[in-house]
Design a protein around this ligand. Sequence first.
Ligand SMILES: Nc1ncnc2c1ncn2[C@@H]1O[C@H](COP(=O)(O)OP(=O)(O)O)[C@@H](O)[C@H]1O
Ligand code: SF4
Ligand SMILES: [Mg+2]
Length: 329
Amino acid sequence: MPETMLSVSSKVLVELKGITKSFPIPKGALIACQDINLVIEKGRSVGLVGESGSGKSTVMRVLQLLLPATSGEVWMNGVNVSRLPQRRLKRYRRNVQFVAQDPFGSLFPHYTVGGNIAEPLRIHQTGTKSEQSARALELMASVGLSQDLYYKFPHELSGGQQQRVAIARALALSPELLVLDEAVSSLDVSIQAQILNLLQEMKARMGLTYAFISHNLAAVRLLCEDTVVMYLGRIVESAPSEVLFKQPIHPYTKSLIDAIPAFVGDKVKSLPTGSLTKVERPSPTHRPSGCAYHTRCPFATDVCKVEEPKWTEPLPGHRVACHHADRLK
Ligand SMILES: Nc1ncnc2c1ncn2[C@@H]1O[C@H](COP(=O)(O)OP(=O)(O)O)[C@@H](O)[C@H]1O
Ligand code: SF4
Ligand SMILES: [Mg+2]
């Protein structure tokens, strides 16, 4: 193997290879995501964007081995972890931790803040009880929680404080990858900004990598080196974030970016959107033929209705699945 390939692969934290996940439904199967190929390199956080129902959470659940893939493989640090027996997954599970959307629902209501944060250490039998408490206090400091809150219960905290506890708990085992699924969406806007700032600062300080799902494209741009766009269960475009947000090619990506609210003075103003809001979104159970986006795409031609677009790479690292990528770039 050439040296360049070795050095690239040594940076790869997680790789999804051809992941498809379908769920049985009364009329057959619902394909939540299909043929997902995704590489997460150490230090290159990945943002996953797309409308609700596009399969983002399913992809991340498969990545965390919380759901078995229907087909495809999950690799971590060069090991095919999707084929490992449960007892050998402990290291992988430690290394990939999760922060959910609803902080209160994700915490144990009858455990104190300290107890919640130390819980993963207890489960993984890491350190003595007093070492676990000391680690919980250290983690509280690192996510900006005052030590006075150690003996409080989750219901006594604000939403922002609860999410800081959830983040501290996710960091307890020093993971390399943190999966954040709409982790700021349920918080007030001003609190969202605080948590996003914390995440950005922690990334640099702790050398963390994020897999970050968000409706908030501005947050993705801020936190993630790479962005991946999903539509109806498939990836349609991926690129380094600075490229994707400046020069999106896929018409769906363009419509998502057009819909990012613009700040005018201190007020948020929505920009006019393209076709996105005007045409109803198809269901994954009735996936349109050819390019699934053709029912909403202002640039669709006959070929789009019958032929699935192939991947092209108009610029190195910028990949897109669109018949007319050349014309639209
Ligand atoms: N456990 C499940 N059983 C059946 N369908 C599911 C299940 N989980 C997700 N889905 C369906 O899979 C599709 C993708 O869902 P999801 O991954 O949650 O999308 P997103 O996170 O982008 O909103 C949706 O149509 C959803 O209804
Ligand atoms: S393949 Fe056709 S329908 Fe699909 S995004 Fe490109 S132009 Fe639009
Ligand atoms: Mg989701």
